[in-house]
Every structure is written in structure tokens, then in C-alpha cells.
Ligand binder design. Structure first.
Ligand code: ARG
Length: 576
């Protein structure tokens, strides 16, 4: 259930009935302090201004017209015209009960949209590095969240699998294959790329062959296509191993690389030219955009085809957006790409809109993120100053989690321990990233992310085990809980109200692509549970009614924590 939406609807109607303009918004928020009630409507002041009424007077009218019978136990006007709402505890109890019984924790069904999530997007013949980690982790959380809500999610892995570098890569793959048929250097893709480049730069004959292969590959030559496919396959099988390890839902089927749009490019350039949107300039084809200015303050020229006939990254992204409308029928497309590519995307999309390649209703959103920094505040690097490989990073996460979990659980059987270590180690890395507002840079710090207290994966996972162990310890079958939830204590009420706010949280994450909002919610929920657990005896409650009621609150807490962590791609374990 969505309390915020229910209250918004009712208060907006009352506002309008009280004489405010019909587009007035109630601006209902969860209150920051208990003295302001559970929710607060802040829209009266703005509405009063528009209507030319004294705000207090409008607030009083609204409150008189407002029917929150059975929902709120008290409605107050505060300050210049804030409306404070105190929820009725029986209403909260009944709805908590419903959430526990309902499928999907009582989340209201959504109008399903087709949503494409463009994420991960590594490059062929290059090792995925931590620059791709944020896209992969945050994008996957968005995919899981939207899917859980009931949308049709299409995962699009915009693999960098096309471009002039493939001539050199094919020529080098050929060379390596000829020289040693054994296991070749491809295990280390970074090294492979470097060696290919070195050959290209230093060996003229090699360079000629490479350039020839580019032309042949683009012409559809069988041999070159096969060599190209081999490079893609090797890269993707390594990346797939990383996805599996990261508990990321991407599969081979989700690859929609740059090459997919290649055949569309000549047609798009011709179309833009023919319609006068693109013009020729110094042999290249350029689109001038008024909304972007160059250094001289003139409209900026965006090249879509080079002098030599080659296309650009922008041209591909124009085709890609068009394809996502025409073929995939997307309502929304979310791009998880770092903030340095913002200008690039805005330019590509301006051209897409200008050309009318997608309907206005289709939303293209850049869900950008900042960089990963080291403790020194500089871009995250190895001690030797190189870029950190994702696989090395994950190895270290496992190593550190292993030490930690072993120390805390000296008697745990080895196979169980392995699973817990995996969940905690990988979870810690993912959660550290997910819990920070994605638009800012973030500092990567092992000690913080593996701490058992604070907003970390181990803390959240541990909180879950504590709640779920109550049921195990007392051998309680949840179906035996037949008595209703009662909320006598303040702590019980606070916990139940927060549980009901799961939907509001997930709706925010779905709208804005901000998993840190879910992390903050779960962290807060775990804290409220902890206070409740310490002060409200569960198994030793004074009466059977109270015992069952509290067990139900614990059960819904466990389910909410598990579901919430699942939308983030963080695994839970039963003990740790
Ligand atoms: N492969 C690109 C990179 O590594 C990211 C692609 C992002 N997606 C897109 N539609 N441009 O920087």
C-alpha cells in the first residue's frame, strides 16, 4: 500500500474543494519528526499564494473538508499552514496484517511499461574494470526493482563491439593463433589489446593488414566476421563469469552491442541530410545544435559521419534510441553511464528528438553516476598506480570477508561458510556502491564496507538473520499465527508504519533510479526493529495475543528486509 498516495489524493481534493486552483498539489511527505505526526502536507502555502488566500485560513478549510475517518486519529495545523497527520493505529495494524498476507508484501499493481535498462556495457577485447562496476551494479538494482513492480524490463548490454580497432584486433588474433596454437594470451584481454596496438604502431605490414581487415569486416567478409565473433565470445564469456559472481542478472541474451545498429547508420545519415537536419562541412556530415554552443558562442556542430566515411559513437546512439522505439517499443529507457558521457548523450538525444525518431512520450533518462575514488580522494587505483581489475577486487572482497566470517563463526561447516563469505564479500562491495547517492563520486574503503555496524551489507544481512532466527529458535510455523496484530507500544507502531512505507520507497527508486533510497529505508527499518526487539519481548510476551502480534511484526520485517535486499541484488543467509 502507498500511504503517501492515499493521503495526497485526499488532501488534493480537499484543497481544490476549499477554493485552491485545480492544479494545486498537496505535497505530502513522511514527517521527519514524530511531533509532526506520521505525514505532513506542505502544499497549502503555495496553493494559498496562487489563490490569494491567507494560508492558515485555507489550511483550516482543507482540514474541515478532509475526510480521514478511520485513517488518521489526529490532523493538526502547524506554523504558517502545514498539515500534520497522525495515522490511526488500528488502520496501521489492519494494513500491516494485509501486507503480511498479500503477495509482493501488499504492493499495489502498476500499469506495466516496457522499460529498457542500458547498463554494464563493457568493451570487446578489454577487461571489465571498476569503471564498469557502478553501471553494472546500479543498473542491475534498477532492473530488479522495476521487474519486481511488474514492468516489462529489457536489459540492454550496449557492448562496445564495433569500430576501427577491430582490424587490428583481428590481425593480432590471427598472429597469435599462427604463432602458438596453445592457450594464448587472450586470458588477459588487457594485455591482448595492448599487444595488438603495439604491433599496429610498430609493424607497417601488420598495420596495412589491419586496415584491410576493417574494410573486409564492414563488407561482411566471412573470415573477418568469424574472427570478430571469436573476440566477442571470449570477452563475453569472461564477463559472464563476472556477472555470475556479482549475482547480476545479465546473460548472453542481453547483449545488444554497438554492431547491432551498424546497418541503420547509412540510412540515418542520408535521412538527416535529406531533411536538412544534417549538412556537409569540410567533407564530414554535421548536425548543428542551437542548444549547445561552442567556444565562440555559435551552435555546436556534432559530427555524425567523418570525412573518411566512418561513423561515430554518437551516430550509434542515435540509431540505438530509434531502434529502442521502433523494434522494442520502449516507454522508458534508462541509461546507466558515468557522468562524463552526459554531454554525449544529450547531443545524441537532441538529434533524435529533432528528427522525430521517437515519440515525445518516450522518456530517455541518463541515470548518471560519479567516479569511484580511493581513500586519498583520487581516482581508485592499484598500489602501483594501475587501474584495478574487477576480478582482483572481488577476490580481495572474498578474502577479507572470509577472515571476518571465520573469526565470528569458528564452528560453521565449511560449505555453509563459503556461501556466507560469498554473500557478505560480494554484498559488501555492491552495497557500498548502492548505498551512496549515485550522482556523486564515492570513496572506496574496505574497512567501512565490511563493518558490522553502520549502513553496510554485513549489518543488513546480520539484521535479517537475527529476525529470521527468532522463528527458527522457537520453531514457529508462520501459519500458526492466527491472532491479529495489535499496536500498543510506540515502538510497535513506528515499526509497523515504517513497514508500510516499503511501497513508497520502491516507487521512488523506480522513478528516480536511486537504490540508495532503498538502502536508507532498510537501514532505518533494521534500526527500528532493533529498538522494538530490545524493548518489546516477543517470545516472552505477556500474553499469547501479544506474542503472536509481535511475531507477525518480526515476520514482516524479515520479509521486507529480504525483499528489499533482493531488489538490490544482495543475498541473504540464514545465519552468520
Ligand atoms: N561501452 C561504453 C563505455 O565503455 C559505454 C556504453 C554505454 N551505453 C550507450 N548506449 N552509450 O564507455
Amino acid at each position: 500500500m502507498n500511504i503517501q498516495a492515499i493521503l495526497s489524493g485526499k488532501i488534493s481534493s480537499a484543497l481544490i474543494a476549499a477554493g485552491a486552483p485545480t492544479d494545486s498539489e498537496a505535497h505530502v511527505r513522511q514527517s521527519a519528526k514524530a511531533q509532526f505526526g506520521d505525514y505532513q502536507a506542505n502544499g497549502v502555502m503555495a496553493a494559498a499564494k496562487k489563490a490569494g488566500m491567507p494560508p492558515r485560513q485555507l489550511a483550516e478549510k482543507v482540514v474541515n473538508l478532509l475526510d480521514l475517518q478511520g485513517i488518521a486519529s489526529k490532523v493538526e495545523i502547524a506554523g504558517p499552514g502545514f498539515i500534520n497527520i497522525f495515522l490511526d493505529k488500528e488502520w496501521v495494524a489492519t494494513n500491516t496484517e494485509n501486507a503480511l498476507k498479500a503477495e509482493k508484501l501488499g504492493i499495489s499493481p502498476v500499469e506495466p511499461q516496457t522499460i529498457i535498462i542500458d547498463y554494464s556495457a563493457p568493451n570487446v577485447a578489454k577487461q571489465m574494470h571498476i569503471g564498469h562496476i557502478r553501471s553494472t551494479i546500479i543498473g542491475d538494482a534498477a532492473a530488479r526493482t522495476l521487474e519486481f513492480l511488474g514492468h516489462k524490463v529489457i536489459r540492454a548490454n550496449h557492448l562496445g563491439d564495433w569500430g576501427t580497432q577491430f582490424g587490428m584486433l583481428i590481425a593480432y588474433l590471427e598472429k597469435v593463433q599462427n604463432e602458438n596454437a596453445k592457450d594464448m594470451a587472450l586470458a588477459d584481454l588487457e594485455e591482448f589489446y595492448r599487444a595488438a596496438k603495439k604491433n599496429y604502431d610498430e609493424d607497417e605490414e601488420f598495420a596495412i593488414r589491419a586496415r584491410n581487415y576493417v574494410v573486409k569486416l564492414q563488407g561482411g567478409d566471412e573470415y573477418c566476421r568469424n574472427m570478430w565473433r571469436k573476440l566477442v565470445e571470449i570477452t563475453m564469456s569472461q564477463n559472464q563469469a563476472t556477472y555470475n559472481r556479482l549475482n547480476v542478472t545479465l546473460t548472453e541474451k542481453d547483449v545488444m552491442g554497438e554492431s547491432l545498429y551498424n546497418d541503420m547508420l547509412p540510412g540515418i545519415v542520408a535521412d538527416l541530410k535529406q531533411r536538412g537536419i544534417a549538412v556537409e562541412s569540410d567533407g564530414a556530415t554535421v548536425v548543428y545544435l542551437d542548444e549547445f554552443k561552442n567556444k565562440e558562442g555559435e551552435p555546436m556542430g556534432i559530427i555524425i559521419q567523418k570525412k573518411d566515411g566512418g561513423y561515430l559513437y554518437t551516430t550509434t546512439d542515435i540509431a540505438c534510441a530509434k531502434y529502442r522505439h521502433e523494434v522494442l517499443n520502449a516507454d522508458r529507457v534508462l541509461y546507466y553511464i558515468d557522468s562524463r558521457q552526459h554531454q554525449h548523450l544529450m547531443q545524441a538525444w537532441s538529434i533524435v528528438r529533432k528528427a522525430g525518431y521517437i515519440p515525445e512520450s518516450m522518456s530517455l533518462e541518463h541515470h548518471m553516476f560519479g567516479m569511484m575514488l580511493g581513500k586519498d580522494g583520487k581516482p581508485f587505483k592499484t598500489r602501483a598506480g594501475g587501474t584495478v581489475k574487477l576480478s582482483d577486487l572481488l577476490d580481495e572482497a572474498i578474502e577479507r570477508a572470509d577472515m571476518l566470517i571465520r573469526e565470528k563463526n569458528p564452528d560453521m561447516p565449511e560449505d555453509e561458510l563459503k556461501k556466507v563469505v560469498e554473500a557478505v564479500g560480494i554484498g559488501a562491495v555492491k552495497y557500498a556502491d548502492l548505498s551512496k547517492s549515485r550522482t556523486t563520486d564515492y570513496v572506496f574503503d574496505w574497512d567501512n564496507m565490511l563493518a558490522f555496524d553502520g549502513n553496510t551489507a554485513p549489518y543488513m544481512q546480520y539484521a535479517y538473520t537475527r529476525v529470521s532466527s527468532i522463528f527458527k529458535r522457537a520453531e514457529i510455523d508462520e501459519n500458526s499465527l492466527t491472532l491479529p496484530i495489535v499496536l500498543n507500544e510506540e515502538r510497535e507502531q513506528a515499526l509497523a508504519t515504517r513497514l508500510l512505507q516499503f511501497e513508497e520507497t520502491i516507487i521512488t527508486v523506480a522513478r528516480e533510479g536511486t537504490p540508495h533510497v532503498m538502502c536508507a529505508y532498510l537501514y532505518d527499518l533494521a534500526g527500528l526493529f532493533s529498538g522494538f526487539y530490545e524493548h518489546c519481548p516477543i517470545l516472552n510476551a505477556e500474553s499469547e495475543e501479544l506474542r503472536q502480534s509481535r511475531l507477525k511484526l518480526a515476520l514482516l520485517t524479515a520479509k521486507t528486509l529480504k525483499q528489499g535486499l533482493d531488489t538490490l541484488g544482495i543475498q541473504t543467509v540464514e545465519r552468520m
